[in-house]
Design a protein around this ligand. Structure first.
Ligand SMILES: [Zn+2]
Length: 291
């Protein structure tokens, strides 16, 4: 799956970085009835799909640098996500630097939700302690996901303690309730369902709009069939969230990026919901490279 994509959105430069593909049993996790899977040819791609990417998104506006999710690819071979024979690309900080993005200048890191693949690269271990990987950034996590991590945050060895707990201690973690405008057309929107504190990010610049949808969807078919979803999603709340966000995104003629759906999508309204299609992207602009 592509490792990096870059495109212009109004005055913003959007960079999508796949930190690595993981082994993932989409067919097993999605609640698609077996009869449908057998009957519909278009669903054979789900039966065949064995991997998904972990895509983080960087938004560079003239005024502000924003990162959406901070993933780190580090699986022991015994992990269910380990992909045998796969060589992951370099880590997110290295990749961002290669792309001309200074990690010191990242002002906001939005953590879409409290699942490990979205925040495990938010800190790094240096000089015997865990520190923020993006040292000047404020990090944003939905408060319900912080509350849900309660017991793990009391265990100093847990991933949550070494990342979210460290950021909280440092005063670098904002616990978000509801929607939050970050300025310059960037807004965090509460989008519960995947987790209670799940949030998406809307970027609007010079009449163009992008939604970074986190894990609101894991496969394009869920856009058209909004009652199909991963086993751990909460059906009532994700249903409400999907309806509300999709209505806005279609009205905005927005592009969409999902963490685990490769690439960038555009949306078309269809009778039951919306249809996701691969977007034709404008040419990639060049960012200045930091020395
Ligand atoms: Zn995820």
């Amino acid at each position: 799956m592509p490792e990096t994509l870059r495109f212009a959105l109004g005055r913003a430069v959007v960079t999508v970085v796949n930190v690595g593909d993981i082994s993932f049993d989409l067919r097993g996790y999605l609640n698609i009835p077996e009869t449908e899977l057998r009957a519909r040819l278009e669903l054979q791609c789900i039966v065949a799909q064995r991997t998904i990417p972990i895509q983080c998104v960087h938004i560079q506006l003239p005024e502000v640098s924003v990162l959406i999710d901070a993933g780190l690819y580090d699986f022991p071979p015994e992990s269910e996500y380990f992909l045998a024979g796969y060589s992951p690309p370099a880590g997110l900080p290295t990749r961002l630097a290669e792309l001309g993005i200074s990690i010191e200048e990242v002002e906001h890191v939005v953590i879409t939700h409290g699942h490990w693949d979205h925040f495990n690269g938010a800190t790094h271990f240096v000089d015997g302690e865990h520190r923020a990987q993006f040292p000047r950034a404020r990090h944003y996590l939905g408060r319900p996901d912080w509350d849900r991590a309660g017991a793990k945050l009391r265990d100093p060895q847990s991933l949550e303690s070494r990342t979210l707990g460290v950021l909280h201690q440092a005063g670098a973690l904002v616990l978000v309730e509801g929607d939050l405008a970050l300025g310059h057309g960037v807004t965090i929107r509460a989008a519960p369902g995947e987790t209670p504190g799940h949030q998406v990010v809307r970027i609007h610049s010079d009449g163009q709009t992008l939604y970074c949808l986190g894990d609101l969807y894991h496969h394009p078919i869920e856009f058209k069939e909004p009652w199909w979803m991963v086993a751990w999603a909460e059906p009532a709340s994700i249903g409400v969230t999907r309806r509300a966000i999709m209505a806005e995104a279609v009205a905005d003629a927005a592009l969409v990026i999902n963490t685990h759906i490769p690439g960038v999508g555009r949306l078309d309204a269809v009778s039951e919901g919306v249809e996701w299609g691969a977007a034709q992207l404008p040419p990639a602009p060049v960012l200045r490279v930091h020395s």
